[in-house]
Design a protein around this ligand. Structure first.
Ligand code: C2O
Ligand code: CU
Ligand code: CU
Length: 500
Protein backbone atom coordinates (compact mmCIF):
# COMPACT_ATOMS: atom_id res chain seq x y z
CA UNK A 1 0.00 0.00 0.00
CA UNK A 2 2.75 2.35 0.95
CA UNK A 3 4.42 1.71 -2.40
CA UNK A 4 1.31 2.74 -4.30
CA UNK A 5 1.49 5.99 -2.38
CA UNK A 6 5.07 6.48 -3.51
CA UNK A 7 4.28 5.83 -7.15
CA UNK A 8 1.54 8.34 -6.84
CA UNK A 9 3.87 10.89 -5.29
CA UNK A 10 6.45 10.33 -8.03
CA UNK A 11 3.82 10.63 -10.73
CA UNK A 12 2.57 13.86 -9.23
CA UNK A 13 6.13 15.15 -9.13
CA UNK A 14 6.67 14.38 -12.78
CA UNK A 15 3.42 16.02 -13.78
CA UNK A 16 4.30 19.13 -11.81
CA UNK A 17 7.84 19.35 -13.20
CA UNK A 18 6.79 19.04 -16.78
CA UNK A 19 4.95 22.31 -16.39
CA UNK A 20 7.87 24.46 -15.24
CA UNK A 21 10.84 25.94 -17.04
CA UNK A 22 14.33 24.69 -16.33
CA UNK A 23 15.78 28.13 -15.63
CA UNK A 24 16.59 29.32 -12.17
CA UNK A 25 15.33 26.28 -10.39
CA UNK A 26 16.58 26.12 -6.85
CA UNK A 27 16.71 23.76 -3.94
CA UNK A 28 13.98 21.17 -3.92
CA UNK A 29 12.77 22.30 -7.26
CA UNK A 30 16.22 21.99 -8.79
CA UNK A 31 16.58 18.53 -7.41
CA UNK A 32 13.22 17.53 -8.77
CA UNK A 33 14.21 18.92 -12.13
CA UNK A 34 17.45 16.94 -12.23
CA UNK A 35 15.62 13.82 -11.25
CA UNK A 36 12.67 14.39 -13.50
CA UNK A 37 14.19 12.28 -16.25
CA UNK A 38 14.94 9.48 -13.92
CA UNK A 39 11.54 9.51 -12.34
CA UNK A 40 9.97 9.43 -15.73
CA UNK A 41 12.21 6.54 -16.68
CA UNK A 42 11.32 4.78 -13.49
CA UNK A 43 7.69 5.39 -14.19
CA UNK A 44 8.12 3.93 -17.62
CA UNK A 45 9.78 0.96 -16.01
CA UNK A 46 7.02 0.56 -13.51
CA UNK A 47 4.41 0.78 -16.24
CA UNK A 48 6.33 -1.72 -18.32
CA UNK A 49 6.22 -3.98 -15.38
CA UNK A 50 2.49 -3.73 -15.08
CA UNK A 51 2.24 -4.59 -18.74
CA UNK A 52 5.15 -6.93 -19.30
CA UNK A 53 5.81 -8.36 -15.89
CA UNK A 54 9.24 -6.90 -15.28
CA UNK A 55 10.65 -3.66 -14.09
CA UNK A 56 13.42 -1.98 -15.98
CA UNK A 57 15.13 -0.23 -13.14
CA UNK A 58 18.38 0.13 -15.07
CA UNK A 59 16.79 2.69 -17.30
CA UNK A 60 18.45 5.57 -15.45
CA UNK A 61 19.87 8.96 -16.35
CA UNK A 62 22.38 8.71 -19.17
CA UNK A 63 25.90 9.88 -18.39
CA UNK A 64 27.28 12.89 -20.24
CA UNK A 65 29.90 11.89 -22.82
CA UNK A 66 33.48 12.60 -21.90
CA UNK A 67 34.84 15.31 -24.17
CA UNK A 68 38.34 13.99 -23.53
CA UNK A 69 39.73 17.42 -22.67
CA UNK A 70 41.52 16.42 -19.47
CA UNK A 71 44.26 13.85 -19.09
CA UNK A 72 43.13 11.23 -16.60
CA UNK A 73 44.43 11.82 -13.08
CA UNK A 74 46.34 8.87 -11.70
CA UNK A 75 46.10 8.51 -7.90
CA UNK A 76 49.52 8.90 -6.24
CA UNK A 77 51.14 5.90 -4.61
CA UNK A 78 51.26 6.55 -0.88
CA UNK A 79 54.77 6.67 0.55
CA UNK A 80 55.46 4.57 3.58
CA UNK A 81 56.17 6.46 6.79
CA UNK A 82 59.90 6.90 7.34
CA UNK A 83 60.25 6.57 11.09
CA UNK A 84 58.80 4.41 13.73
CA UNK A 85 56.70 1.38 13.19
CA UNK A 86 53.66 2.73 11.43
CA UNK A 87 53.72 1.78 7.78
CA UNK A 88 51.17 4.19 6.46
CA UNK A 89 49.23 7.20 7.68
CA UNK A 90 45.80 7.79 6.18
CA UNK A 91 44.01 11.04 7.02
CA UNK A 92 40.40 11.81 6.16
CA UNK A 93 40.19 15.51 5.47
CA UNK A 94 38.20 18.29 3.83
CA UNK A 95 39.36 19.95 0.66
CA UNK A 96 38.56 21.94 -2.43
CA UNK A 97 38.91 20.54 -5.91
CA UNK A 98 38.87 22.10 -9.37
CA UNK A 99 36.68 19.50 -10.99
CA UNK A 100 35.35 22.24 -13.26
CA UNK A 101 37.63 24.89 -14.75
CA UNK A 102 35.61 27.79 -13.42
CA UNK A 103 34.70 26.67 -9.91
CA UNK A 104 36.01 25.05 -6.79
CA UNK A 105 34.01 22.15 -5.43
CA UNK A 106 34.07 21.34 -1.73
CA UNK A 107 35.20 17.75 -1.41
CA UNK A 108 36.54 15.16 1.00
CA UNK A 109 39.70 13.18 0.48
CA UNK A 110 42.31 10.95 2.07
CA UNK A 111 45.69 12.69 2.44
CA UNK A 112 44.50 15.21 -0.12
CA UNK A 113 41.54 17.15 -1.38
CA UNK A 114 39.63 14.48 -3.26
CA UNK A 115 39.63 10.66 -3.25
CA UNK A 116 42.80 9.03 -1.96
CA UNK A 117 46.23 7.63 -2.73
CA UNK A 118 46.99 3.97 -3.42
CA UNK A 119 48.22 1.94 -0.46
CA UNK A 120 50.42 -0.96 -1.49
CA UNK A 121 50.65 -3.91 0.86
CA UNK A 122 52.74 -7.02 0.33
CA UNK A 123 51.52 -10.48 1.09
CA UNK A 124 53.28 -11.80 4.17
CA UNK A 125 54.00 -8.49 5.83
CA UNK A 126 52.78 -7.10 9.11
CA UNK A 127 51.34 -3.66 8.57
CA UNK A 128 50.39 -0.79 10.84
CA UNK A 129 48.12 1.88 9.48
CA UNK A 130 47.56 5.07 11.42
CA UNK A 131 44.13 6.47 10.61
CA UNK A 132 43.38 10.11 11.39
CA UNK A 133 40.04 11.92 11.27
CA UNK A 134 40.40 15.61 10.39
CA UNK A 135 36.77 15.98 9.32
CA UNK A 136 34.15 17.81 11.37
CA UNK A 137 32.14 14.63 11.70
CA UNK A 138 32.64 11.02 12.71
CA UNK A 139 34.03 8.61 10.18
CA UNK A 140 35.49 5.11 10.00
CA UNK A 141 38.18 3.53 7.84
CA UNK A 142 36.92 0.37 6.18
CA UNK A 143 39.20 -1.87 4.08
CA UNK A 144 36.85 -3.33 1.51
CA UNK A 145 37.91 -6.82 0.50
CA UNK A 146 40.69 -7.16 3.04
CA UNK A 147 40.72 -10.30 5.15
CA UNK A 148 41.30 -8.64 8.48
CA UNK A 149 40.22 -9.19 12.09
CA UNK A 150 36.87 -7.62 12.95
CA UNK A 151 38.38 -4.99 15.24
CA UNK A 152 40.48 -3.61 12.36
CA UNK A 153 37.76 -3.79 9.70
CA UNK A 154 36.47 -0.25 10.26
CA UNK A 155 32.76 -0.98 10.25
CA UNK A 156 30.14 1.21 11.95
CA UNK A 157 31.27 0.02 15.39
CA UNK A 158 34.62 1.76 14.99
CA UNK A 159 33.87 5.48 14.63
CA UNK A 160 36.60 8.04 15.02
CA UNK A 161 35.47 11.41 16.32
CA UNK A 162 36.78 14.60 14.76
CA UNK A 163 40.43 14.98 15.71
CA UNK A 164 40.84 11.37 16.80
CA UNK A 165 43.32 8.91 15.43
CA UNK A 166 43.82 5.19 15.78
CA UNK A 167 46.43 2.71 14.59
CA UNK A 168 45.35 -0.66 13.31
CA UNK A 169 47.57 -3.67 12.71
CA UNK A 170 47.16 -6.52 10.32
CA UNK A 171 48.95 -9.39 8.67
CA UNK A 172 48.57 -9.41 4.93
CA UNK A 173 47.90 -12.99 3.87
CA UNK A 174 45.89 -12.75 0.69
CA UNK A 175 46.92 -12.78 -2.92
CA UNK A 176 47.58 -9.98 -5.39
CA UNK A 177 44.46 -7.93 -6.02
CA UNK A 178 42.99 -4.45 -6.08
CA UNK A 179 40.88 -3.73 -3.02
CA UNK A 180 39.70 -0.35 -1.82
CA UNK A 181 38.99 1.64 1.30
CA UNK A 182 36.15 3.95 2.21
CA UNK A 183 34.26 5.22 5.27
CA UNK A 184 31.47 3.22 6.92
CA UNK A 185 29.84 5.34 9.65
CA UNK A 186 26.31 4.28 10.46
CA UNK A 187 23.83 6.04 8.20
CA UNK A 188 26.48 8.35 6.70
CA UNK A 189 28.47 6.11 4.39
CA UNK A 190 26.78 7.21 1.18
CA UNK A 191 27.30 10.91 1.84
CA UNK A 192 30.96 10.60 2.81
CA UNK A 193 31.80 8.45 -0.19
CA UNK A 194 29.85 10.82 -2.41
CA UNK A 195 31.97 13.74 -1.24
CA UNK A 196 35.16 11.90 -2.16
CA UNK A 197 36.26 9.44 0.49
CA UNK A 198 37.51 6.43 -1.46
CA UNK A 199 40.98 5.10 -2.11
CA UNK A 200 42.64 2.02 -3.53
CA UNK A 201 44.52 -0.72 -1.79
CA UNK A 202 46.80 -2.92 -3.86
CA UNK A 203 48.05 -6.24 -2.62
CA UNK A 204 51.23 -7.53 -4.23
CA UNK A 205 52.36 -11.10 -3.74
CA UNK A 206 55.58 -11.51 -5.73
CA UNK A 207 53.92 -14.29 -7.73
CA UNK A 208 51.71 -12.27 -10.00
CA UNK A 209 54.62 -9.98 -10.91
CA UNK A 210 56.40 -12.95 -12.46
CA UNK A 211 53.61 -13.54 -14.95
CA UNK A 212 54.72 -10.75 -17.24
CA UNK A 213 51.38 -8.96 -17.18
CA UNK A 214 51.41 -5.20 -17.78
CA UNK A 215 52.63 -3.95 -14.44
CA UNK A 216 54.04 -0.42 -14.71
CA UNK A 217 51.85 1.73 -12.52
CA UNK A 218 50.32 4.70 -14.30
CA UNK A 219 51.84 3.66 -17.65
CA UNK A 220 50.42 0.32 -18.70
CA UNK A 221 48.74 -0.57 -15.40
CA UNK A 222 46.03 1.99 -14.74
CA UNK A 223 43.47 2.16 -11.95
CA UNK A 224 40.07 3.52 -12.97
CA UNK A 225 37.61 4.55 -10.25
CA UNK A 226 34.22 5.13 -11.88
CA UNK A 227 31.84 7.43 -10.07
CA UNK A 228 28.76 9.27 -11.25
CA UNK A 229 27.85 12.53 -9.62
CA UNK A 230 25.21 15.23 -9.68
CA UNK A 231 26.38 18.77 -9.07
CA UNK A 232 24.13 21.62 -7.97
CA UNK A 233 23.97 24.98 -9.75
CA UNK A 234 27.07 26.10 -7.82
CA UNK A 235 28.95 23.01 -8.98
CA UNK A 236 28.88 21.57 -5.49
CA UNK A 237 28.29 17.99 -4.39
CA UNK A 238 25.22 18.95 -2.42
CA UNK A 239 24.38 15.52 -1.11
CA UNK A 240 21.48 16.53 1.10
CA UNK A 241 19.74 18.18 -1.79
CA UNK A 242 20.63 15.68 -4.49
CA UNK A 243 20.42 12.36 -2.69
CA UNK A 244 17.95 9.71 -3.69
CA UNK A 245 16.78 7.08 -1.22
CA UNK A 246 17.12 4.41 -3.88
CA UNK A 247 20.70 5.28 -4.68
CA UNK A 248 22.03 8.60 -5.83
CA UNK A 249 22.58 8.46 -9.57
CA UNK A 250 24.40 11.28 -11.33
CA UNK A 251 24.61 12.49 -14.89
CA UNK A 252 28.31 13.41 -14.75
CA UNK A 253 30.94 10.72 -15.01
CA UNK A 254 34.15 11.12 -13.04
CA UNK A 255 37.06 8.73 -13.40
CA UNK A 256 39.66 9.03 -10.64
CA UNK A 257 37.91 12.33 -9.93
CA UNK A 258 38.61 13.60 -13.46
CA UNK A 259 35.76 15.15 -15.41
CA UNK A 260 35.95 14.68 -19.21
CA UNK A 261 39.00 12.42 -18.99
CA UNK A 262 41.08 10.90 -21.73
CA UNK A 263 43.83 8.33 -21.29
CA UNK A 264 47.02 8.54 -23.32
CA UNK A 265 48.46 5.12 -24.04
CA UNK A 266 51.31 3.72 -26.09
CA UNK A 267 51.02 0.90 -28.60
CA UNK A 268 51.09 -1.88 -26.05
CA UNK A 269 48.88 -4.01 -23.86
CA UNK A 270 47.37 -1.91 -21.09
CA UNK A 271 45.91 -3.30 -17.90
CA UNK A 272 42.90 -1.40 -16.63
CA UNK A 273 41.90 -2.01 -13.03
CA UNK A 274 38.22 -1.11 -12.88
CA UNK A 275 36.39 -0.17 -9.69
CA UNK A 276 32.74 0.75 -9.70
CA UNK A 277 33.00 3.32 -6.93
CA UNK A 278 29.56 4.78 -7.55
CA UNK A 279 26.92 4.96 -4.87
CA UNK A 280 24.32 3.16 -6.96
CA UNK A 281 24.96 3.11 -10.71
CA UNK A 282 25.66 -0.15 -12.53
CA UNK A 283 28.04 -0.03 -15.49
CA UNK A 284 28.51 -2.28 -18.48
CA UNK A 285 31.84 -1.45 -20.07
CA UNK A 286 32.51 -1.94 -23.77
CA UNK A 287 34.87 -0.67 -26.44
CA UNK A 288 33.22 1.68 -28.91
CA UNK A 289 34.35 -0.47 -31.86
CA UNK A 290 32.77 -3.58 -30.37
CA UNK A 291 36.21 -5.11 -29.97
CA UNK A 292 37.29 -7.60 -27.38
CA UNK A 293 39.45 -7.30 -24.31
CA UNK A 294 40.72 -9.80 -21.80
CA UNK A 295 39.59 -10.09 -18.20
CA UNK A 296 42.34 -11.32 -15.90
CA UNK A 297 41.07 -10.62 -12.38
CA UNK A 298 37.99 -10.34 -10.21
CA UNK A 299 37.52 -8.50 -6.89
CA UNK A 300 40.03 -10.52 -4.91
CA UNK A 301 42.63 -11.89 -7.29
CA UNK A 302 43.57 -13.24 -10.69
CA UNK A 303 41.30 -15.63 -12.56
CA UNK A 304 42.70 -19.04 -13.42
CA UNK A 305 42.67 -18.21 -17.09
CA UNK A 306 42.27 -15.02 -19.05
CA UNK A 307 38.74 -14.63 -20.44
CA UNK A 308 37.98 -12.85 -23.71
CA UNK A 309 34.97 -10.57 -23.51
CA UNK A 310 33.37 -7.72 -25.37
CA UNK A 311 31.57 -6.32 -22.37
CA UNK A 312 31.75 -6.51 -18.61
CA UNK A 313 29.22 -5.40 -16.01
CA UNK A 314 30.13 -4.13 -12.57
CA UNK A 315 27.69 -3.23 -9.81
CA UNK A 316 28.76 -0.84 -7.04
CA UNK A 317 31.96 -1.92 -5.28
CA UNK A 318 32.80 -4.71 -7.74
CA UNK A 319 36.21 -4.70 -9.44
CA UNK A 320 37.68 -6.35 -12.48
CA UNK A 321 41.03 -6.13 -14.21
CA UNK A 322 41.02 -6.17 -17.97
CA UNK A 323 43.74 -5.88 -20.59
CA UNK A 324 43.16 -3.91 -23.76
CA UNK A 325 45.69 -4.44 -26.52
CA UNK A 326 46.60 -1.16 -28.21
CA UNK A 327 49.50 -2.62 -30.23
CA UNK A 328 47.61 -2.34 -33.50
CA UNK A 329 45.37 0.58 -32.63
CA UNK A 330 45.80 3.75 -34.61
CA UNK A 331 45.12 7.23 -33.22
CA UNK A 332 42.59 7.69 -36.01
CA UNK A 333 40.58 4.74 -34.68
CA UNK A 334 39.32 6.96 -31.85
CA UNK A 335 38.98 4.02 -29.56
CA UNK A 336 37.09 4.68 -26.33
CA UNK A 337 35.66 2.89 -23.36
CA UNK A 338 31.89 3.32 -23.41
CA UNK A 339 29.00 2.43 -21.17
CA UNK A 340 26.10 0.21 -22.11
CA UNK A 341 23.92 3.24 -22.87
CA UNK A 342 26.49 4.36 -25.45
CA UNK A 343 27.92 7.21 -23.43
CA UNK A 344 31.65 7.77 -23.85
CA UNK A 345 33.43 7.21 -20.56
CA UNK A 346 37.10 7.28 -21.51
CA UNK A 347 38.50 8.14 -24.94
CA UNK A 348 41.95 6.65 -25.53
CA UNK A 349 44.63 8.79 -27.04
CA UNK A 350 47.05 6.40 -28.71
CA UNK A 351 50.50 7.88 -29.22
CA UNK A 352 52.82 6.50 -31.88
CA UNK A 353 55.43 4.97 -29.57
CA UNK A 354 55.75 1.31 -28.90
CA UNK A 355 55.46 0.38 -25.27
CA UNK A 356 56.63 -2.40 -23.01
CA UNK A 357 56.60 -6.04 -23.94
CA UNK A 358 54.10 -7.88 -21.81
CA UNK A 359 52.05 -10.99 -22.17
CA UNK A 360 49.00 -12.74 -20.88
CA UNK A 361 49.88 -16.27 -19.85
CA UNK A 362 47.26 -18.98 -20.34
CA UNK A 363 47.44 -19.92 -16.67
CA UNK A 364 47.21 -17.09 -14.17
CA UNK A 365 46.11 -18.59 -10.89
CA UNK A 366 44.86 -21.66 -9.14
CA UNK A 367 41.56 -20.87 -7.48
CA UNK A 368 39.01 -23.65 -7.74
CA UNK A 369 35.68 -24.46 -6.29
CA UNK A 370 36.25 -27.83 -4.66
CA UNK A 371 33.84 -30.78 -4.91
CA UNK A 372 33.35 -30.43 -1.20
CA UNK A 373 32.34 -26.80 -1.51
CA UNK A 374 29.97 -27.66 -4.36
CA UNK A 375 28.21 -30.22 -2.20
CA UNK A 376 27.93 -28.31 1.07
CA UNK A 377 24.35 -27.71 2.20
CA UNK A 378 23.06 -24.15 2.45
CA UNK A 379 23.42 -23.10 6.08
CA UNK A 380 22.75 -19.35 5.83
CA UNK A 381 19.90 -17.74 3.97
CA UNK A 382 19.87 -14.06 3.14
CA UNK A 383 16.80 -12.50 1.60
CA UNK A 384 17.21 -9.05 0.09
CA UNK A 385 13.99 -7.14 -0.35
CA UNK A 386 12.55 -3.75 -1.10
CA UNK A 387 13.49 -0.39 -2.50
CA UNK A 388 13.72 3.24 -1.44
CA UNK A 389 13.83 3.46 2.35
CA UNK A 390 11.89 0.20 2.71
CA UNK A 391 14.87 -2.09 2.24
CA UNK A 392 15.47 -5.09 4.47
CA UNK A 393 17.56 -8.22 4.87
CA UNK A 394 15.56 -11.20 6.08
CA UNK A 395 12.73 -8.80 6.84
CA UNK A 396 14.83 -6.69 9.20
CA UNK A 397 16.71 -3.44 9.16
CA UNK A 398 20.22 -3.02 10.54
CA UNK A 399 20.47 -2.98 14.31
CA UNK A 400 23.98 -2.45 15.67
CA UNK A 401 22.97 -4.39 18.78
CA UNK A 402 21.75 -7.47 16.96
CA UNK A 403 23.98 -10.27 15.67
CA UNK A 404 22.20 -11.92 12.75
CA UNK A 405 24.51 -14.86 12.10
CA UNK A 406 27.44 -16.64 13.66
CA UNK A 407 30.07 -18.71 11.88
CA UNK A 408 33.22 -20.51 13.00
CA UNK A 409 36.58 -19.10 12.03
CA UNK A 410 38.15 -21.12 9.22
CA UNK A 411 34.99 -23.09 8.45
CA UNK A 412 33.37 -22.84 5.05
CA UNK A 413 29.62 -22.38 4.87
CA UNK A 414 27.37 -21.92 1.87
CA UNK A 415 25.22 -18.83 1.98
CA UNK A 416 22.23 -18.53 -0.29
CA UNK A 417 21.49 -14.95 -1.23
CA UNK A 418 18.02 -14.39 -2.65
CA UNK A 419 16.78 -11.17 -4.19
CA UNK A 420 13.07 -11.37 -3.54
CA UNK A 421 11.10 -9.51 -6.20
CA UNK A 422 8.35 -7.17 -5.13
CA UNK A 423 5.14 -6.35 -6.93
CA UNK A 424 7.04 -4.00 -9.22
CA UNK A 425 9.71 -6.50 -10.11
CA UNK A 426 12.52 -5.21 -7.96
CA UNK A 427 16.06 -4.14 -8.69
CA UNK A 428 19.59 -5.48 -8.70
CA UNK A 429 21.21 -5.46 -5.27
CA UNK A 430 25.01 -5.74 -5.08
CA UNK A 431 25.68 -7.94 -2.04
CA UNK A 432 28.93 -7.59 -0.10
CA UNK A 433 30.46 -9.31 2.94
CA UNK A 434 33.25 -7.75 5.00
CA UNK A 435 36.45 -9.48 5.97
CA UNK A 436 36.39 -12.28 3.41
CA UNK A 437 36.93 -13.25 -0.20
CA UNK A 438 34.41 -15.88 -1.22
CA UNK A 439 33.61 -18.08 -4.23
CA UNK A 440 30.41 -18.28 -6.19
CA UNK A 441 29.03 -21.82 -6.11
CA UNK A 442 26.03 -21.27 -8.36
CA UNK A 443 23.63 -18.73 -9.81
CA UNK A 444 20.10 -20.12 -9.87
CA UNK A 445 21.56 -23.60 -9.62
CA UNK A 446 23.92 -23.14 -12.55
CA UNK A 447 27.67 -22.73 -12.53
CA UNK A 448 28.75 -19.06 -12.55
CA UNK A 449 30.04 -17.61 -15.79
CA UNK A 450 33.73 -18.14 -16.44
CA UNK A 451 34.67 -14.61 -15.54
CA UNK A 452 33.10 -14.99 -12.08
CA UNK A 453 35.13 -18.07 -11.16
CA UNK A 454 37.55 -16.16 -9.00
CA UNK A 455 37.68 -14.50 -5.59
CA UNK A 456 34.75 -12.17 -4.97
CA UNK A 457 33.64 -9.93 -2.13
CA UNK A 458 30.69 -8.28 -3.89
CA UNK A 459 28.23 -9.85 -6.28
CA UNK A 460 25.32 -8.60 -8.29
CA UNK A 461 22.00 -10.29 -7.57
CA UNK A 462 19.16 -9.79 -9.98
CA UNK A 463 15.51 -9.73 -8.92
CA UNK A 464 14.33 -13.29 -8.40
CA UNK A 465 17.86 -14.65 -8.50
CA UNK A 466 19.39 -17.01 -5.94
CA UNK A 467 23.16 -17.03 -5.67
CA UNK A 468 25.02 -19.55 -3.54
CA UNK A 469 28.46 -18.61 -2.28
CA UNK A 470 31.09 -20.51 -0.29
CA UNK A 471 32.20 -18.24 2.53
CA UNK A 472 35.10 -18.66 4.93
CA UNK A 473 36.46 -16.16 7.43
CA UNK A 474 40.16 -16.32 8.28
CA UNK A 475 39.79 -14.05 11.30
CA UNK A 476 37.45 -13.48 14.22
CA UNK A 477 35.20 -10.56 14.89
CA UNK A 478 31.94 -8.92 13.97
CA UNK A 479 31.52 -8.16 10.27
CA UNK A 480 28.88 -6.42 8.18
CA UNK A 481 27.14 -7.89 5.17
CA UNK A 482 25.02 -5.54 3.12
CA UNK A 483 23.76 -4.16 -0.13
CA UNK A 484 26.46 -1.92 -1.63
CA UNK A 485 23.98 0.57 -3.03
CA UNK A 486 25.19 2.95 -0.37
CA UNK A 487 21.79 4.53 0.27
CA UNK A 488 20.32 1.06 0.80
CA UNK A 489 23.11 0.29 3.23
CA UNK A 490 22.46 3.54 5.10
CA UNK A 491 18.73 2.77 5.07
CA UNK A 492 19.39 -0.45 6.94
CA UNK A 493 19.93 -3.09 4.26
CA UNK A 494 22.73 -4.53 6.37
CA UNK A 495 23.25 -7.32 8.88
CA UNK A 496 26.04 -8.55 11.13
CA UNK A 497 27.87 -11.82 11.46
CA UNK A 498 29.97 -12.79 14.43
CA UNK A 499 32.88 -15.05 13.62
CA UNK A 500 34.26 -16.93 16.63
CU1 C2O B 1 32.57 -1.38 0.63
CU2 C2O B 1 30.62 -2.41 3.96
O1 C2O B 1 31.70 -1.92 2.33
CU1 CU C 1 33.46 -3.94 2.80
CU1 CU D 1 20.05 -2.67 -2.56
Amino acid sequence: MKRRGQIFAVLMGVLMISGCSSEALQGEQFREERYGGMHQNMMKGQMNHQMQGHMDHDNVTRLEDSTGTNELLIPPLLERDENGEVTYTVTAQKGETSIFKDAKTETYGYNGDFLGPVLRLNKGEHVKIRTVNELDEETTFHWHGLEVAGHADGGPHAPLKPGESKTIELDVAQEASMLWFHPHPEGKTAEQVYKGLAGLLYIEDGQSEKLGLPNVYGKNDIPLIFQDRLFDENKQLNYEMLMNEDGTIGDMSLINGTLNPKLSVRKEKVRLRLLNGSNARNYTFKLNNGGTFTQIATDGGLLNEPITLNEISLTPSERAEIIVDFSNVDPSDQLALVNEDGSTLLPFHVVGDEGEESNIPAQLNDVTLTEEEKNLPVTKEVELFGMMEHVTINGKKFDPNRIDFTQKQGETEVWEIYNKPDMMGGMIHPFHIHGTQFKIVSRDGKAPSENERGWKDSISIKPGEKVNIAVQFKHKGVYMFHCHILEHEDNGMMGQIKVE
